[in-house]
Design a protein around this ligand. Sequence first.
Ligand code: ADP
Ligand code: MG
Length: 464
Amino acid sequence: MDKTNLQRIWKVVCRNLQHQLGSPVVNSWISPLSVDKFYSGILYVKAPSMFLRDWVVNNYLGSILAFCQKECKDIKSVEVFVSSARSEPDFPESKSEPRGSEPVAAKTFALPEPQGKKNEEAIVLGVPLDPKFTFENFVVGKPNEFAYAAALRVAESDKVAFNPLFLYGAVGLGKTHLMHAIAWNIKTRNHKRNVAYMSAEKFMYHFIKSVRYKDTMAFKEQFRAVDVLMIDDIQFICGKDSTQEEFFHTFNDLVDNNRQVIVSADKSPSDLDGMEDRLKSRLGWGLVADIHPTTYELRLGILQSKMAECAVKIPDKVLEFIAHKITTNIRELEGALNRIVASAIFIGREITIESARDVLSDLLRTSDRKVTVEEIQKKVSEHYAVKLADMSSNRRVRQISMPRQVAMYLAKKLTTMSLPEIGKRFGGRDHTTVLHAFKKVEETIKNDGSLAEDIRLLSSILTK
Ligand code: ADP
Ligand code: MG
């Protein structure tokens, strides 16, 4: 689509927004935007500042997209980006073009309603929030339902619910997402509330800077002016004594003044080595909510929800494959999905389990690609000193049926083959026989240490 066409569409969209939202909103928020390009179903719109972009994305993106699609069905989504060299999306045609306007400081844009000084400070103090990290975009499952409920409760109560809210869990499981979601929710309900979100590292940076410039009073004042303080990844200040000391005082002042504090970490308060005891105990006073490692259901749910907004369709079987294979954390899961989408767009390759396996080969354990049923049968028969042919034979004596069941169990565990496919390779057995073998071995190893040891050994040989 050429630029004139895009500008014509954008003009109509702005006119429609004017009817819907009114002139003050459009003048403050929409007019500073300019349409930039259309690429691969996405309309790229330029914003002059991060602050303006975040506000627009969080409040008006739905309307913008709806009006765009009314004008042009090919527009599948709208991406608002800041027109500074660093944050401009990197796509082929953009390289040769001159840069757009310089970024403009957030403060030059008036909010639709009068703002107090307090709110400006919050913007200066905190770091920008990710517009995608909202409660709506957070998929809830067993591992995170408690943390989600606690976060929602804190976001929605007008009184301080628990102080602090302490969220913890391993990397990539959604702590930062939940914190941003709380911030968005509070700001949307009452934009005058002074919400400051930052990493513990940033907190330390502010603190050290204030010490260096002998400006600790201003530092204290700034932090004590917030209504809600969120410090992400607090484990960063473990072993950093003076920062901890300062945080402890800030924390106490805020809590004493009935301000909400929300903290995240990769461990529970009591496990934070290198953290002063009084701070550890203080952090555990409110509500401590942990996020557990993901389950298959949650991973699949997240992939499906990402699909809803994705221009490329990925077959269910492939999503199930990814959910089975990428088990580390959600960040990696998203990374895997993005890679598959990108390869489909750029190479135009059909998405199948095979192509997904290729694209993700380095993420998947090498064993997942290499182990074959034949190898399993060979190693198992060697281990138990039975004939390879007996893996497929009908002999039912225990010395033979047990190794055969172990081999079927390992085939299910270590390959991506379905039960009928496995059955076929064991002398054309039925899938129920394979399932029976799998369950039996799984049950037996709970009590039979030597069989469990055999399985561990064979697995490690096969996946080396
Ligand atoms: P953490 O801060 O715990 O390391 P993040 O909050 O940065 O993890 O999450 C990593 C990525 O996974 C983010 O892109 C986030 O949006 C996504 N994510 C995490 N949990 C969920 C969830 N329950 N639903 C949807 N996306 C999630
Ligand atoms: Mg994080």
